[in-house]
Design a protein around this ligand. Structure first.
Ligand code: BTN
Length: 312
């Protein structure tokens, strides 16, 4: 990876991995079997032409070195739901920082009773396990921070793309949804046992059914994105947000401020809120100190705890 377009001799590679040329040849054959495009042979040396954009732990581990996500990375070609897998693993004691990535989900879950479309190797379907020493009331801030992390990752990979955040957890571009976040937890009244943050990011999907109101980064920019690069940027950014929230008593305030700055929905937006089977309309009036959305209605100020927000 460090000498991607250069021809490197088998002897040099063998020295670097403290092995011999025939072992290098065997490993090159193995990489080719995984879809890595390596030109050359023992006599001429090897040239790395391209790596497949698979979210393989072997590739991600080095990108994530120094974060809480660099050790326990699980990759699935096909799975029901990475959130379900992560919640199950967390219940069995899987450590904080465990990452579950899938190329394809057959039962991807969204907020409420929604499902999440998860076609093979086009999007990022990622869930992480966290075990913060925080009360459940702080978890909304963590969930909002995950949206900030997604926004920062997109900006880092292509600064021309600016995403909007819709409370609590949607990431939009041009008014269409590009990412959804499902945060689930197991908690006592005063203590969180574990949290799973599940992120579904539309990356290289070529189309979406119109009624979904969704888009992908490829549809927005007209070119393919590297999912490996994006997951790397995303988990690094999430690591920073999470450490701050856990370590710094002022972090919640900073998250709420940055969320409000990054969202056209938090202030002065005319909205309709669907919550627990009923609906009301009003104009957004910022976030309260815990991160809930305030909406001014004809009948007074309402605080949205879990509803769906739509523009009216
Ligand atoms: C939403 O906007 O409704 C949230 C969607 C969350 C989807 C992600 S994809 C990875 C993880 N696994 C799931 O089953 N859901 C989340």
């Amino acid at each position: 990876m460090e000498h991607a377009t250069v021809v490197v001799s088998g002897t040099k590679i063998a020295q670097e991995i403290s092995s011999n040329r025939s072992e290098v040849w065997r490993l090159i054959q193995q990489l080719r079997g995984l879809g890595v495009d390596v030109a050359g042979q023992p006599a001429t040396g090897y040239q790395l032409r391209s790596v497949p954009d698979l979210l393989l732990p072997e590739i991600l581990r080095s990108l994530l070195r120094g974060t809480i996500f660099d050790e326990h990375i699980h990759h699935f070609y096909k799975i029901g739901s990475t959130n379900t897998a992560a919640m199950g693993a967390a219940a069995e004691g899987a450590p904080e920082g465990s990452v579950f990535l899938a190329e394809e989900q057959t039962a991807g879950r969204g907020r409420g009773a929604n499902s999440w479309q998860s076609q093979r190797s086009t999007g990022i379907y990622c869930s992480v396990i966290l075990r913060p020493a925080l009360p459940p009331s702080e978890i909304l801030a963590l969930s909002l921070a995950a949206g900030l992390a997604v926004r920062a990752a997109i900006d880092q990979v292509d600064a021309r793309v600016t995403a909007d955040l819709k409370w609590p957890n949607d990431v939009l571009i041009g008014g269409k949804k590009v990412c959804g976040i499902l945060t689930e937890m197991n908690a006592e009244a005063t203590r969180v046992r574990y949290i799973v943050v599940g992120i579904g990011l539309n990356v290289n999907q070529p189309t979406f059914p119109k009624e979904l109101g969704a888009t992908s980064l490829r549809l927005v920019t007209g070119s393919e994105w590297s999912r490996v690069e994006l997951v790397g940027a995303l988990l690094k950014s999430l690591d920073r947000e999470y450490r701050q929230l856990v370590d710094d008593p002022d972090a919640r305030e900073s998250i709420l401020l940055r969320f409000a700055e990054s969202s056209t929905w938090v202030q002065g937006k005319k909205v309709r809120i669907d919550e627990n089977g009923s609906a009301f309309e009003g104009t957004t009036e910022g976030l309260d100190s815990r991160g809930f959305l305030r909406v001014q209605t004809p009948h007074g100020m309402q605080t949205v705890l879990s509803g769906t927000v739509r523009e009216r």
